[in-house]
Design a protein around this ligand. Structure first.
Ligand code: FDA
Length: 394
């Protein structure tokens, strides 16, 4: 039986960062992962450039049954702390949009940073580790692995959520929480594209690849102003991914296809100088032409000139284009979701240390916990902050 001070399950963002911090405190750390590589999601993230944090990270950007839970960790290890670390490694980065910070070159640099921090902390990293049993003993926790048995007085669960099973996602962390009597809140895919019902899907499929600025509103009133993308399965783009976290099956979403400009005003002003201009050509000044053509096929845009468009038609048209109500069929699910909503109920955890209140020595960090951020670097920031909070307590 090999003994350690801490065993961490999951060499993703949270597990790697926690292992490094704990190791650098002088603890003997074993970091286990069932995959071939550490930090697989980091490598895939941000289109290969890893959106590693957000300048505007703050508790309001996180969903949880207890919205206060994330406050302490986010305040104690902030986006500025992680930016300092990235700067120490001289990794060039840039703000893409809305406070989202990306590596200039490659997400591999963030994984290398974390592995280097782990090496400084003399962390033992064991990949391809299959854990068949976890038992509580008087001295802590005993784990049965494919390569024998290991034990430690403290166990950190950093197994992530269910999104992207192809990248190693598994329900292991939730099952472990349940094994130790913790509550696990229902999970669902989030930051995920919507699928559409036929016939709307078929009608919009020709728009696949068209993107435009939009303002999306969920039934609970949550609003996001970001790009919308039509796909061959339905709707995607940052605005849709964001809204998906606030959407429940059966609900409608409202889409403003032209948030930057009043289409009423555009039509009125164009009519003053070009009465014979077709409505289609007028709208194409503000919206992608392919979209206007499809909206005409759907009879949302009448096939008339500006002088022929009566005030009732104009009011109905502009209302639809600024508040297009669509009922998604569903989401693409965990296969393409960036994160998982729900998870280990924060009521059973200390917000200061991430330790299970009823099981001293057992900790949960990162995405396995019921804390889910917006799109744009917020989820990695939660991984860093929760990992750091935990490491201070080990
Ligand atoms: P993470 O999923 O990173 O790690 C969990 C680890 O546990 C994995 O290595 C897994 O192999 C391991 N594991 C699971 N079960 C196990 C078991 N039974 N035994 C041993 N090991 C096990 N966020 C963001 O802020 N900016 C971004 O740019 C992106 N981009 C992005 C792209 C894509 C494609 C995805 C899928 C997700 C993102 N995200 C993101 C979200 C972000 O990746 C996610 O929130 C964090 O990786 C969560 O970190 P964790 O360490 O909690 O889990």
């Amino acid at each position: 039986m090999q003994k350690f001070d801490v065993i961490i399950i999951g060499a993703g963002a949270a597990g790697l960062f926690c292992a490094a911090q704990a190791g650098q405190k002088g603890l003997r750390v074993l970091l286990l992962d069932n995959g071939k590589k550490a930090g697989r999601k980091i490598l895939m993230s941000g289109g290969g450039r890893c959106n590693f944090t957000n300048l505007h990270a703050q508790p309001g950007a996180y969903l949880s049954a207890n919205p206060h839970f994330c406050k302490s960790a986010l305040a104690r290890y902030t986006q500025w702390d992680f930016i300092d670390l990235v700067n120490r490694y001289q990794i060039p980065w840039h703000e893409k949009t809305l406070g989202q910070l990306f590596c200039d070159d490659s997400a591999q640099q963030i994984v290398d940073l974390l592995l280097s921090e782990c090496a400084t902390g003399q962390v033992t990293l064991r990949l391809r580790s299959e854990i068949s049993a976890v038992a509580k003993t008087a001295g802590g926790f005993e784990l049965t692995l494919n390569g024998g048995q290991v034990c430690a007085p403290q166990l950190v669960v950093a197994c992530g959520g269910l999104s992207m099973p192809g990248l190693g996602a598994s329900p292991f962390g939730y099952r472990l929480a349940e094994q130790f009597g913790l509550n696990v809140l229902p999970t669902r895919a989030a930051l995920v594209p919507f699928t559409l019902h036929k016939p709307l899907l078929e009608q919009l499929q020709t728009l696949s690849g068209v993107s435009l600025p939009s303002r999306l509103t969920a039934e609970d009133g949550t609003v996001f102003n970001e790009a919308l993308l039509f796909t061959h399965r339905g709707l995607s783009g940052p605005a849709i991914l964001q809204l998906s976290s606030y959407w429940q099956p059966g609900e409608h979403i409202s889409i403003d296809l032209c948030p930057q400009l009043s289409l009423d005003e555009l039509i009125d002003s164009e009519r003053l100088t070009q009465r014979n201009l077709s409505l289609k050509n007028c709208l194409a000044k503000a919206l992608p032409r392919r979209l206007v053509e499809v909206l005409q096929q759907l009879e949302i845009v009448p096939d008339v000139s500006l002088k022929q468009l009566n005030s009732k038609q104009q009011a109905a048209l502009t209302e639809t284009l600024h508040q297009w109500r669509i009922q998604p069929n569903g989401t693409e699910g965990y296969r393409t979701a960036e994160v998982t909503l729900g998870g280990v109920d924060t009521r059973g955890l200390s917000s200061k240390t991430m330790e299970a209140i009823s099981v001293p020595g057992l900790y949960f960090i990162g995405e396995v916990v019921d804390v889910t951020g917006w799109l744009g670097g917020y989820n990695f920031q939660w991984a860093w902050s929760s990992a750091w909070a935990c490491a201070q307590a080990l």
